[in-house]
Write a protein that binds this ligand. Structure first.
Ligand code: IVH
Length: 694
């Protein structure tokens, strides 16, 4: 994705000033474009250029416009997605009812509007419950007959990752509900809550990881999410994870009239709720006072929370208020303002990344923001430095919003004394001395030398990282040492490390060396998409690696691929196509890959989709039970032949396949005029389109 200048990536749109539908349409398109760009920077490049708060502003403005002018909503608008994409390695499961997100508010009058609106729309007395907005990972747990049967992440709100085994390792998740005199065990219970790590335990975990040469986590939220989304539950079991339940989504056989009553029932069933921090309020003033108190308590609390959730207390009133597409109308999240502070830039250095990209880094006079010491901030590129006129020696405003990647908002120009120095990108790579190459628009600087030490180290570190080949035990420090001792240089060298090599590291004795070797061995069995990601090809993040794996069965099939052929694939643009072509046409890269195969690498490709796709373009929704296949299998079956298996009925659905026990989806199908098939009719359709079933 090309870089954008500031006007494009932060379009100034004030929804209140827009008066016509056509202006709204244009402004919305600009906002969507910018949001997609920032999603890409955040999720693919891991390199956001605006703060979370600024991102939220863009998103809120787009939402406001779309609410005002519903005709301008497009299907691909970022507002139509509820959350991040779930990873399918863990297995995907549908939520019984969508897990919505909360509308965020930052201004006092937005809270007042929420209160007024609720009061106007419901009858009877109304109160609100204020509770912390926990900064962890949202999960849903299902208990049947009192037994924990399934747990999942929120995922995109409709479908989440199956993390049942991982959740079972948490001491605070009972495998069986407790029965007590006052509360009968419900036949089926669906509860939601947040998994988190205590600040102190997070620090200890990071200290330990640092000592062991492993990558540290950016913050407690990432640590909790990373720990829970492991393929191996033994790893989850070793991590200090906690849970607070905050919502009963379904309860057959439990009676409660209010949110507070529901929460009080949870501990009686053995489920942990944070009852000491639930406050009932009647007015906007009370809610705002509570918000201030929460903000004052924020630092001293043992866990992180990034705001306050306000919920209508009575369940019947919640039901009357109902939901919008993404958010309930009976609850909001009041977010704390971003945490900012000022400090001085001691110097601006230049870091060389994995792909040779040169990134200017501000080395800061250490400053504490929200309990975390900030020493460095990325300045992204020279044009950003120039646009913001940031100079070495400047006092700057630094922000840490949610994630720990801090961000320099602006220089405080009043504080200048004339000694500040403008920054210029070096003409030679600061590590290997090669002549720096500038991109066409002159914004990005690159070191063109793939042998550059900095690039080689970064590539090796990336290759063994958790999302890549995932070799536990080989962290940044150890890779650095192995490289400096000349034991590794190219990626395949990792696969050929010996016990003797590893014993040369400062703190690695026999047992540790053997553990690392067995980790390396294990990493040799990988999936193609994981391997493609691990190779560190420019522009190939996790998502693009999957797109490629769906189309190419093996690495060999990529050997002679041209950028032109790659462009045929949906989602692949010119830059990605060019990057893939250049990477695979480089003989050295292939020699290295061959050496990895010689060292025992085997690649599986579960994502590969057969070329023949007789159900291409069709969307199915399944409801009720089918005799011939469990639900997951039938979905996989149609997907294998190119169809989409959706979890809810919409105008795009072609067929609803209904078995006994079909639910409301059948009514939705009738409402939408979608064809309904029973199991026999579905089999006939398959045989007609696919031929005999395998
Ligand atoms: S209630 C429809 N309560 O906030 C009601 N959510 O934007 C939705 N969250 O990812 C959930 N603390 O994990 C609720 N006390 C709390 C919460 C909370 C944090 C998270 C939740 C979700 C997001 C919703």
């Amino acid at each position: 994705m090309p870089d954008k200048d500031e006007k494009e990536f932060q379009p100034e749109v004030n929804p209140n000033e827009i008066e016509s539908k056509s202006d709204a349409r244009d402004a919305a398109e600009k906002l969507r474009d910018a949001i997609r760009y920032h999603n890409y920077r955040y999720y693919v490049e891991d390199d956001p250029v605006i703060s979370d708060a600024e991102y939220d502003d863009l998103f809120d403005n787009l939402k406001k416009l779309e609410e005002e002018y519903p005709d301008i909503v497009t299907e691909d608008s970022p507002t139509q997605k509820v959350g991040g994409e779930p990873k399918d390695e863990l297995g995907l499961v549908d939520h019984p009812t969508p897990m919505l997100s909360l509308k965020s508010v930052r201004e006092d009058d937005e809270v007042a509007n929420f209160v007024d609106n609720c009061k106007e729309e419901v009858s009877g007395d109304i109160t609100f419950v204020c509770e912390p907005k926990y900064d962890g990972l949202a999960v849903e747990l299902i208990y049947e007959e009192g037994t924990f049967v399934q747990g999942m992440t929120r995922g995109d709100g409709r479908t989440g990752e199956n993390i049942t085994s991982n959740l079972k390792t948490l001491g605070e998740v009972p495998l069986k509900l407790v029965s007590s005199d006052s509360t009968d065990i419900p036949e089926r219970l669906v509860v939601r809550g947040e998994v988190f790590m205590l600040k102190e335990e997070f620090e200890e975990l990071n200290n330990r990881r640092e000592k062991e040469g492993e990558k540290t986590f950016a913050n407690p939220r990432n640590a909790a999410a990373g720990s829970l989304r492991q393929l191996d539950p033994n790893i989850t079991a070793e991590r200090p994870l906690h849970i607070f339940f905050y919502q009963i989504a379904e309860a057959d056989g439990l009676e409660f009239d209010t949110h507070l009553e529901a929460l009080k029932m949870l501990p009686k069933l053995g489920l942990r709720a944070n009852l000491d921090y639930e406050f009932e309020c009647s007015t906007a003033e009370e809610i705002l006072d509570r918000f201030e108190e929460f903000e004052e308590q924020r630092e001293e609390m043992p866990y992180e929370f990034d705001g306050m959730v306000v919920k209508v207390n009575r369940i019947d009133q919640q039901d009357d208020l109902g939901t919008r597409t993404r958010n309930p109308r009976w609850a909001i999240a009041c977010k704390f303002p971003p945490r900012r502070s000022t400090t001085e830039i001691k110097e601006i250095t230049v870091q060389v990344g994995r792909t040779g990209k040169l990134t200017p880094i501000a080395i800061l006079e250490p400053v504490h923001i929200g309990g975390v010491e900030i020493r460095r901030a990325s300045l992204h590129n020279q044009s950003e430095i120039e646009q913001k006129d940031i100079r070495s020696g400047d006092t700057v405003l630094v922000e840490r919003a949610g994630d720990v990647i801090p961000y320099v908002v602006k220089p405080i120009t009043d504080k200048r004394d004339g000694s500040e120095k403008k920054h210029h990108m070096p003409e030679q790579c600061p590590v290997c001395g090669a002549d720096v190459v500038l991109s066409e628009d002159k914004k990005q600087a690159h070191c063109p030398n793939p042998q550059c030490e900095a690039q080689a180290k970064e590539r090796l570190q990336y290759f063994v990282g958790t999302d890549a080949m995932d070799v536990e035990g080989l962290g940044e420090r150890r890779i650095e040492q192995l490289y400096n001792k000349g034991l590794i240089e190219k990626l395949s060298d990792i696969f050929n490390l010996t016990e003797e090599d590893l014993r040369q590291l400062d703190d690695v004795a026999e047992k540790a060396a053997q553990n690392i070797l067995s980790e390396i061995d294990e990493s040799k069995k990988a999936d193609l998409h994981q391997f493609l990601y691990a190779l560190g090809i420019p522009h190939i993040g996790q998502h693009m690696a999957r797109v490629l794996a769906k189309k190419f069965k093996s690495v060999d099939d990529l050997r002679e691929i041209s950028a032109e052929d790659l462009r045929e694939i949906e989602e692949i643009g010119p830059e990605v196509a060019q990057a893939v072509e250049s990477f695979f046409s480089n003989e050295d890269a292939f020699k290295d890959i061959d050496l990895m195969f010689d060292a025992g690498l085997t690649l599986d490709n579960p994502l590969f989709q057969q070329k023949e796709q007789p159900l291409d373009g069709l969307t199915f929704v399944f409801t009720g039970n089918l005799d011939s296949w469990p639900r997951d299998e039938v979905k996989e079956l149609v997907e294998r032949y190119g169809a989409r298996a959706a979890s809810s009925v919409s105008g795009n659905t072609d067929y609803v396949v209904a078995g006994p026990g079909a639910g409301s989806k059948l009514d939705d199908a009738r409402d939408e005029g979608v064809d309904i098939l029973d199991e026999e009719e579905f089999k006939e359709l398959l045989e007609e389109k696919v031929g005999s079933l395998k």
